[in-house]
Design a protein around this ligand. Structure first.
Ligand code: PLP
Length: 351
């Protein structure tokens, strides 16, 4: 029986004939390079809490004016977010809604208070942002966004950079989809007050390896996060760090080739859902769509129990009138899934 309390009902779930538009897990292979350079004997020991130096050195070449001291390697972006919020432990944090489903539990478990700015047409409304940011100690940005697939304009990102700098508050910028933008290059938010969160899960298709990191020039954040990590997970998996370092030697064409595949899938699912009558935003990055849906719980349950199609409730993302689909599966499966959705729509009114 589905409880539908959170994505835990579906994460990692497989089965014959199941079409999963659920988990945001790329189905594409990591670069060949990922499998070379693993030193299993060395990796059996404890490692540095902050992360292995060669990986931090390689990352520092990708971030302007950086040194390895600016990075902490974590068990996925998830741990980086968790440690930052818990290191603060109190105060208000502003976040756009709809949001990635883990943000709210992470913020609340850390003892922080969420403040929401509702997206307009899937994008940050800067006037509302300015009103709500008063009294916050930090803001949390995610562009490209899970679940909306939207990419904020460079103008908006620069404005957020400016407002937060002026107010002296931190920006946590979750850029795990930075390499999956269909419209333009990524614009990384910059400044002494910025904490960038990133991951090898999505760009390099290694979700299960659990390697992510944070970047910041704020030494106190690095110290506080490392202190907490010393007593929780300790070092991040060393085999994973070897793999992450090796992926960074993959040619740039690896990412470009992936983007072409994602774009083709994006075009296919976007048109397919429009043809079925759904109202949705066109994704500009990442690999999610968030169509409006009339009876989301009923429709999602029918889809899963009778048509073996997994989708996620928009409610988990702060969007109760929508459902979320990830298009991390090949076009044939997307086509098959859309066909099943069409059949289910004859039984439950979804649009
Ligand atoms: C916006 C966002 N941030 C963070 C994560 C977590 O990524 P990781 O696998 O690196 O923990 C995800 C995973 O779906 C995500 O969509």
């Amino acid at each position: 029986m589905l409880k539908l309390k959170s994505p835990a009902d579906f994460i990692g779930k497989q089965g014959t004939g199941v079409i999963s538009f659920g988990s945001g897990q790329p189905d594409l292979p990591p670069p060949r390079e990922a499998f070379s350079g693993i030193d299993i004997t060395r990796d059996l020991r404890y490692g540095l809490i902050q992360g292995e130096l060669p990986l931090r050195q390689a990352l520092s070449k990708e971030y302007p004016r950086s040194t390895p001291d600016n990075f902490v390697i974590t068990n996925g972006a998830s741990e980086a977010l968790d440690l930052v919020f818990r290191a603060w432990g109190k105060g208000k944090i502003l976040l756009p809604r709809p949001y990635y489903y883990s943000y709210l539990p992470l913020i609340q478990m850390a003892g922080m208070t969420p403040v929401f700015t509702d997206l307009v047409d899937g994008r940050i409304d800067i006037a509302d942002f300015k009103r709500k940011v008063r009294g916050c100690r930090a803001v949390l940005i995610n562009s490209p966004s899970n679940p909306t697939g939207r990419v904020e304009s460079i103008e908006t990102l620069k404005e957020i950079e400016r407002i937060t700098q002026q107010k002296g508050i931190h920006v946590v910028s979750d850029e795990v989809y930075k390499d999956l933008i269909y419209e333009r290059e990524n614009y990384p938010i910059q400044g002494d007050h910025v904490i960038t969160i990133n991951s090898f899960s999505k760009t390099y298709c290694m979700c299960g390896v659990r390697v992510g990191y944070l970047w910041t020039s704020d030494k106190k954040v690095v110290e506080d996060v490392c202190e907490m990590k010393t007593h929780t997970s300790m070092n991040t998996n060393l085999v994973g760090q070897d793999m992450a370092l090796s992926t960074m030697r993959a040619p740039a064409s690896y990412i470009e080739d992936q983007r072409k595949i994602w774009r083709e899938r994006r075009d296919f699912i976007y048109k397919g859902l429009l043809d079925l009558g759904f109202d949705l935003w066109k994704p500009e990055g990442a690999f999610y769509v968030l169509p409006k849906c009339r009876n989301p719980r009923k429709f999602l349950t029918l889809l899963y129990e009778e048509y073996k199609v997994i989708t996620y409730l928009g409610e988990w993302f702060g969007a109760p009138d929508r459902i979320r689909l990830s298009y991390a599966l090949d076009v044939n499966k997307i086509e098959e899934g859309l066909g099943r959705i069409r059949q289910a729509m004859r039984r439950v009114r979804a649009v």
